[in-house]
Design a protein around this ligand. Structure first.
Ligand code: IVH
Length: 667
């Protein structure tokens, strides 16, 4: 091998590392893009011609290598914790008070922007980037090294030959996010809800070439184990990170009093929209490592830091109209039709107004300018009206006196605020009832969504749930946008649903007050629909979990002549009306870890769905409960487990991850 080639490869790498750092970290390019590309192409060519010269830290590695089959798991040497939250000035002052109580009055705080992206950990050995991982559950994350290498502001080689692990936030700049979503919309694909999801989705691509196209960036905000570096404070740590070639955020400031911190935060409430990336708050950290050590940690987060969260984004838009929807139970709900507006990452066009009382309370009129936000950052909500924008042209809104679908008179039952249509033949209720019948927790018929049900109903092919089982493939292919293949699949799915256990049918029938859980109890207790049909109120209320109201509703339901006919028809058509799940057994008879234990599931599970996990635990004699208390025996914590994990820690409850759960279930 000619020595010159090796020397040239090394020269190109040094140049490219330097230019890359100037461009992506310092924002001070010294060469043109063309010059950069030319050098990179030359390097790629030389490496291809001389494969033995390829190295892991070469700038050529940033274009994305071969796709992976799965991400390997990575155990974090230092756990990746999250932060406690502060939502207002009072919370911040409380935090300050706690800190001062523990370490005295001589405190400095470093304030940083809280970048809305994905926490990652980057490990360097002798100055070379060797492994990058997601946070995962805080102890175990996923190896996304190949994807992280495509982020140009992550140095593949440090300026010093240090061995260090750093933490930072990978994110997608607003501009790249908007461009990506426009592209997705053009392709008819679902856009990402916000830049955080886009960044997470990109970094969890198994094909690094896709990640490379996503223009991700990073801010590094800490050293995993700063004790080894000989520095004394967080701010010195950030300076060290700069020196090593990392991209840190330079909006950080150090203050000695909480009032100055509050002022810094107020400044960012104003300046936030002008940033090129999304932030969701400000992080406040005690600067001195000695004081950090004194303060220590709770189970989940350091006591020396807090995250101030900005209030949900609110925008103003015009209320064009109020639409009325009749639900399965006949409740008529007003929905605001809005001039489309972007809130917290997505375009909002509608928001539920719930009922007339709420419209009165908020004094909402047609044509008003309204303030909209997303509750929990997901569900659009009308917060209030801009009275000063009224022109006098706005119109009062009144709920109708008659059902917008069937015209029968609407009534208020008992003390309810809701208005209801009580006509059992109301087409809207029947249609919504059919949609409920096929839904996931009910008969779970794949491919039968709202649109197809509405079409079938419109075409008078179905008028009750029994009709679904009379449909033929020939009828289905006649429908708009229904191909041969979909029609066959649908017939197959409908047919498969005949074998469901009784509780799915019971829930699907939509008996008042009978939710999925009660349906299961009823199915287990009575085993067949015929026995349930004969049940008296007394028999029903004798069952734990069944109250008066539900018992009455069940008896009334099965007395109706049309229900008697419907049940007979369903049986005739081959729909199973028997409980085929496991019998409620005496837990003492079950030989399993879960027998008689109360288990709580929290966070996102990766392999099992929540329902699957619940079913399996129950089959093994466990009880799955929704909240942690002193009676909880075990908590299964998935990704991003939140307050339940805290609670479990507080009560000293045993905690497992999903892997451990599956291990036990498979025994
Ligand atoms: S410090 C032990 N600094 O916010 C504390 N976090 O719940 C480590 N984040 O998971 C976090 N910007 O993903 C820190 N400047 C910043 C941050 C930041 C964003 C994220 C991070 C963490 C979450 C805190």
């Amino acid at each position: 091998m000619p020595v010159e080639v090796q020397a040239r490869v090394e020269e190109l790498r040094s140049l490219l590392h330097k230019w890359n750092h100037e461009y992506h970290v310092l924002d001070q390019p010294s060469v043109s893009d063309a010059e950069y590309d030319q050098a990179l192409n030359e390097l790629i060519r030389l490496e291809e011609e001389n494969p033995h010269l390829q190295t892991e830290d070469s700038p050529s590695q940033r274009v994305g290598g071969a796709p992976l089959a799965v991400f390997e798991k990575v155990e974090h040497t230092t756990p990746m914790l999250s932060l406690g939250n502060a939502f207002n000035e009072e919370d911040l002052r409380d935090f300050d008070r706690r800190v001062r109580q523990a370490v005295g009055d001589n405190v400095s705080y470093v304030c940083e922007l809280k970048i809305d992206g994905l926490a990652v950990s980057l490990r360097y050995e002798n100055g070379l980037f060797v492994q990058g991982a997601t946070r995962g559950d805080g102890s175990i994350g996923e190896d996304i090294t190949q994807n992280l290498k495509t982020i140009k502001s992550i140095p593949l080689r440090l300026t010093k030959s240090a061995s260090i692990e750093v933490r930072g936030e990978a994110y997608m700049p607003k501009q790249s996010f908007n461009a990506l979503n426009e592209q997705k919309e053009e392709l008819g694909e679902e856009p990402f809800a916000n830049p955080r999801n886009a960044a997470a989705g990109s970094l969890r691509q198994l094909d690094p070439k896709l990640a490379a196209k996503r223009n991700l960036d990073i801010f590094v905000y800490g050293i995993a184990n700063p004790g080894t570096t000989g520095i004394a404070s967080h701010s010195e740590g950030l300076d060290l990170l700069d020196e090593l070639g990392f991209k840190t955020n330079n909006e950080r400031r150090t203050y000695s009093g909480i009032e100055e911190v509050i002022e810094y935060i107020s400044g960012w409430v104003e300046r936030r929209p002008g940033l090129a990336y999304e932030i969701d708050g400000i992080v406040i950290k005690v600067d001195s490592f000695e004081q950090q050590d004194e303060l220590g940690f709770t189970a989940k987060s350091p006591r020396w830091a807090v995250a101030y969260k900005f209030p949900a984004e609110e925008v103003v838009t015009k209320l064009i109209d109020i639409e009325l929807n009749v639900g399965r139970t006949g409740v008529v709900t007003p929905t605001a039709i809005l001039e489309p507006v972007r809130v917290a990452g997505t375009v909002v066009k509608r928001a539920s107004l719930h009922n007339e009382d709420l419209i009165r309370e908020k004094d909402i009129k047609l044509g008003d300018y309204v303030i909209v936000k997303k509750a929990g950052d997901i569900i659009p909500e009308v917060v209030g009206v801009l009275l000063e924008k009224r022109t006098g042209e706005e119109k009062d809104f009144h709920m109708p006196t008659h059902c917008p679908e069937c015209g029968s008179e609407l009534i208020r039952l008992n003390e309810e605020v809701a208005l209801r249509c009580i006509n059992p033949e109301c087409p809207a209720q029947i249609r919504e009832g059919l949609i409920h019948f096929v839904s996931r927790n009910a008969m779970n018929i794949d491919g039968l969504g709202e649109r197809v049900i509405a079409q079938l109903f419109q075409e008078k092919l179905i008028s009750n749930v029994a009709d679904l089982y009379r449909l033929t493939k020939e009828q289905l292919v006649e429908l708009e946008r229904m191909g041969e293949k979909s029609a066959s699949n649908l017939i197959e799915a409908i047919s498969t649903s005949k074998n469901n256990s009784l509780e799915k049918l019971l829930f699907g029938l939509g008996i008042r007050h009978v939710g999925a859980k009660a349906a299961k109890t009823l199915a287990q207790q009575f085993e067949t629909i015929d026995r349930l049909k004969e049940a008296t109120v007394e028999e029903l209320v004798a069952i734990n979990e069944i109250g008066d109201k539900m018992a009455e509703a069940v008896v009334t339901y099965f007395e109706k002549p049309e229900v008697i006919t419907l049940v007979a028809e369903l049986k005739e058509l081959g729909v199973n009306t028997t409980y085929i799940g496991p019998k409620p057994v005496n837990v003492e008879d079950i030989d399993s870890y879960f027998a008689g234990k109360t288990v709580v599931l929290t966070g996102k599970l990766e392999i099992l769905t929540r329902n699957e996990a619940k079913d399996r635990i129950e089959q093994l004699g466990g009880k799955v409960s929704g909240s942690v208390s002193k009676n909880t025996d075990l908590l299964i914590a998935g990704e991003a487990a939140g307050s339940k994990l805290d609670q479990a820690n507080k009560h000293g409850v045993e905690i497992w991850n999903e892997e451990r759960l599956i291990q036990e279930l498979n025994k």
